[in-house]
Design a protein around this ligand. Sequence first.
Ligand code: KIV
Length: 257
Amino acid sequence: MKSKIIQFINKKNKSKIISLTAYSKNIASIIDKHCDLILVGDSLGSVLYNFSSTKKVTLDMMIEHSKSVRLGVKKSILVVDMPHNTYRNPKEALKNAKKIISKTKCDAVKLEGGKQVIQMVKTLIKNKIQVMGHLGLLPQSAKNFKFKGKELSERNKILRDSKLLEEAGVFSIVLECVESSLAKEITKTIKIPTIGIGASAHCDGQVLVTDDLIGLNKIKARFVKKYLNIQKQINNAVIKYKQDVSSGKFPSKKHSY
Ligand code: KIV
């Protein structure tokens, strides 16, 4: 296991883990110094391409965005989501994970699910590919976007899956939209870090979609905290640019050859 990943795991119970998504170099290079882990999430399907679900995201889309992100990441662990239908069996998972890693030089891949993906996870780990798990709300297969862990049977399944993934050797698990007390129980039970999104402060770390955090994406979800209204700032800058061009103020001599 790479020392970067070992250091990441060792943060559990010591300091909170900071993670964010990035889809391009410019954002990645800004957030890299503040993050432990940067995820090229397949959420890019809905955030950038207006897809109704992440199911339409392709391997090539993930690879191209990750190649750009790689240029901006110097210190954080870089994780790339394996998109829908790219890990239906161990052979397919291995072929596609190898392709992602060789083309993007990422540190790890992320797969959604527990028991249903355990053979794929084991195959990747056996082939020295670092894997991050993802439990709770699974956008690649979700029928609805309700939080998970209300029913006892569902709670038990998610807890069981977290243990299975840990035993299989994943280095961390994303918990998406998981009820607080269940996130707490999982975080206490497993020895690897849990990274929450809509899964309470009980997790070992948090992840958010950067576009949501800076207000670039118009999303209204309970788990999102908007720290900036960048849409407003871009709008104001463009209004000024338009005024300057219209009035002849831009380009000035300073901006001309
Ligand atoms: O696709 C994504 O951005 C994710 C995060 C929400 C964890 O999986």
